[in-house]
Design a protein around this ligand. Sequence first.
Ligand code: SF4
Ligand code: SF4
Length: 188
Amino acid sequence: MPARFFTPKRRPDIPMTEERYREIYAMLNAVEVLEEDCGKLCGCACCTTENREGTDQEMGIYLLPGEETVHRDDGDWLTMTVDEEGRYFGRCATPPVCPREKRPIQCRTFPLLPHLCEDGSLEMVYNDVELPYRCPLIDEEIPLEDQFVEATQAAWEMLIRDPRIREIVREDSIERERSMMELMDKLF
Ligand code: SF4
Ligand code: SF4
């Protein structure tokens, strides 16, 4: 894959700090993915995957680099562990119930994921990572609230100014494009 692809339009780096995370949390607190609670459509499927048949999955979510700083005092509902690569995993104590205004970024922006296009622009795409549950928003292509999509895009535009996060998004985007090209090759 040519290196010039997937290089985001360059703007100055701004490493994520606790303050910047709190700014993004506040922005996303103001929006909802649907007008109604989407958990009613599926029994909160994405928050109840623990020990689901055929999986040994823990109920929790990976935090983005630096996001652990926001959750230092949240041990009553989110237990953090760190792996050998320095990634923090937040294990939910009482899923699907948690303080909504404190949910980690990846809970808030699901079912959308950031994708860096070949020209360096950032787009939101539906989650295409294999999941141990079905999300009706994805399966039934239920239209998401415009404000949610806009705020999610704005949040990820801020997040990718941190080089650590930009690299994760870039690698995922390259992998996504590669998978799509392989699929196209098989089909045609
Ligand atoms: S995001 Fe999808 S899986 Fe999660 S609660 Fe909403 S509809 Fe259900
Ligand atoms: S933090 Fe909350 S929203 Fe996120 S997976 Fe846990 S229970 Fe669900």
